[in-house]
Design a binder for this molecule. Structure first.
Ligand code: GDP
Ligand code: ZN
Length: 292
């Protein structure tokens, strides 16, 4: 039987069958000799020992489609990045750092602005505009009013998604709205997992519906861009691609160069000034912290 590791704790792996059952498993045989550190998100082959008690053995890890470093999880399809339109105000610099991190890992991102019930249409439009313009899918929701929740549900369907964003923007509220039955899901095994949760913070995938999983990640307040090569950063701005052909110099980094297509596009509003200013800041930060 095939399933997905949703949590590993104290030598046990909790394997979800993608339909509704969760099995408590130990590693056996080939799996142990594979020398691959199993990750949450890994699809595995398991032998069921006791269907009633939901016990089994994991026998092998199936080939991974990808693995993320931050957070450590395998076979992720996308990230759902949540910010709020207000309270707290969106920190676009932080958002751009997160987007860079996902571009580096080659992961598609859905941007989600929550708490639209608290903001004016103009406030919402200015947030949305910056990122739609940069080519990212943007959703506006209110967990409190239920607005946009079904749309998010449909974007997650059939996929494994990492949920991320700063604290206080409504990530836990969204998680609960998407999965109101989370707490009474799976009886005995779920109680065992609950017990573990209070002791250590492990990464864990939550089952939402058939073949649909969501991973909550700790809220972040700052993010470093992990590179020592400032010239790489331009490649993680999808909206630069269209204009870089117009740069005079092939290796233009769009900072101080003459005849720069990207800077021209910023000047006449085709590239967001907010995004470009953050680019300059991150560029100089990486450049100045380079170790010789
Ligand atoms: P987290 O830190 O990202 O997990 O955020 P929480 O889910 O704990 O939410 C932080 C606060 O924002 C809580 O007081 C929520 O009730 C509130 N909140 C969440 N979503 C909304 C929303 O759509 N509208 C409003 N007005 N408040 C919200
Ligand atoms: Zn340029």
């Amino acid at each position: 039987m095939i399933g997905k590791i949703i949590k590993g704790i104290g030598g046990f792996y909790y394997i979800h069958d993608g339909i509704g059952s969760l099995y408590e498993c130990r590693a056996k045989g080939k799996f142990r000799s594979q020398k691959l550190k199993p990750l949450v998100g890994d699809d595995v082959e398991m032998d069921i020992l006791d269907e009633e008690k939901k016990l089994g053995n994991v026998v092998s890890i199936l080939p991974r489609r990808n693995d993320l470093i931050r957070p450590a999880v395998a076979n992720v399809d996308q990230a759902l990045l949540v910010f709020s339109v207000t309270s707290p105000e969106p920190n676009f610099n932080l958002m751009d750092r997160f987007l860079i991190m996902m571009e580096q890992q080659g992961l598609p991102v859905i941007l989600c602005f929550n708490k639209c019930d608290l903001a004016t249409d103009d406030e919402i439009a200015s947030c949305v505009h910056i990122y739609k313009h940069a080519g990212y899918p943007v959703e506006v929701i209110s967990v409190s009013c239920g607005e946009g929740i079904e749309r998010i549900r449909s974007l997650l369907r059939g996929k494994t998604t990492v949920l991320a964003g700063p604290s206080g923007v409504g990530k836990s509220s969204l998680m609960n709205a998407l999965n109101p039955e989370a707490s009474m899901e799976t009886g005995e095994v779920s109680r065992k997992i609950q017990r573990g949760r209070h002791t250590t913070r492990h990464s864990e995938l939550f089952y939402l519906e058939k073949d649909t999983f969501l991973m909550d990640t700790p809220g972040f307040t700052s993010l470093s861009v992990f590179t020592t090569e400032e010239r790489e950063i331009r490649g993680w701005y999808p909206e630069f691609r269209e204009y870089q052909d117009r740069c005079r110099f092939l290796d233009c980094v769009h900072v101080g160069e003459r005849e720069c297509g990207v800077k021209e596009a910023v000047k006449d509003g085709r590239i967001s000034e907010v995004r470009y200013e953050n680019y300059l800041q991150i560029y100089s930060e990486v450049k100045n912290t380079r170790k010789y």
